[in-house]
Design a protein around this ligand. Structure first.
Ligand code: ADP
Length: 176
C-alpha cells in the first residue's frame, strides 16, 4: 500500500506586534489549532516608529507563546510573499476587527495573491471582546498610567512600564 506523505501545513501570522496584545494572542491560539505550525513573524517595518525594537517585540511574543508547542516566533524584513516561500509556508493569517481593517487587508491580500498565487490569506474575525483593542490604544493607555492588565500579559505590562519610564528619564536628561 502506498503511503501518502501529507505536507505540513504551515501558516505565517505577520504583524508589527508593538507590543503583542491579548487580541493578537486570541488569534494566535485559534490559528495554532488550525495548522501544524504557526510562525508569528515580527515585521521589521522601516516606515513605522516603534516603541519596542524587533528583538524586544519577538522576546515578548516568545514569552507569551511559550506554552504553545506548534507556535514559533521569528522576524523578517523581506517581502511577505518571499518570506512565505523561504519558510515553505502556504498561508498568511490576518485578524479583522473593523471594516477599515478589511479594506486595508483586502488590498494587501490581493497584492500578495498577484505576487504569489500560491499564497493564501486567511482572515480570522476578532473575538468581540477585543474588537476595539490595538497596540496603539494599549501604548497610549500605558503612557498615561492607565490600567492595561485586561489587554496585555503581565510581562508586556511591565515591559511598557520600564520603557516609558526610561523614555521619561531620557527626556528629563535632555531638558536639564
Ligand atoms: P500590522 O502593522 O501588520 O497591522 P499589528 O500588530 O497591528 O500589525 O496587527 C497584526 C495583525 O493582528 C493584523 O492582521 C491585525 O488586524 C490583527 N489584530 C490586531 N489587533 C487585533 C485584535 N484585537 N483582534 C483581532 N486581530 C487583531
Amino acid at each position: 500500500m502506498s503511503q501518502q506523505i501529507r505536507k505540513e501545513r504551515v501558516a505565517i501570522y505577520p504583524g508589527s506586534f508593538d507590543p503583542v496584545t491579548l487580541g493578537h494572542m486570541d488569534i494566535i491560539h485559534r490559528a495554532a489549532k488550525q495548522f501544524d505550525r504557526l510562525i508569528v513573524a515580527v515585521l521589521n517595518n522601516l516606515s513605522k516608529n516603534p516603541l519596542f525594537s524587533v528583538e524586544e517585540r519577538a522576546d515578548l511574543l516568545r514569552q507569551a507563546t511559550a506554552d504553545l508547542p506548534n507556535v514559533e516566533v521569528d522576524s523578517f524584513r523581506d517581502l511577505l510573499v518571499n518570506y512565505l516561500r523561504q519558510k515553505d509556508a502556504q498561508v498568511i493569517v490576518r485578524g479583522i476587527r473593523t471594516v477599515t481593517d478589511f479594506e486595508y487587508e483586502l488590498q494587501n491580500a490581493s497584492i500578495n495573491q498577484s505576487l504569489n498565487p500560491d499564497a493564501e490569506t486567511i482572515f480570522m474575525m476578532t473575538n468581540p471582546k477585543y474588537s476595539y483593542l490595538s497596540s496603539s490604544v494599549v501604548k497610549e493607555l500605558a503612557h498615561f498610567g492607565g490600567n492595561v492588565s485586561d489587554f496585555v500579559t503581565p510581562e508586556v505590562e511591565q515591559a511598557m512600564r520600564r520603557k516609558f519610564s526610561a523614555l521619561a528619564d531620557d527626556n528629563g536628561q535632555q531638558h536639564k
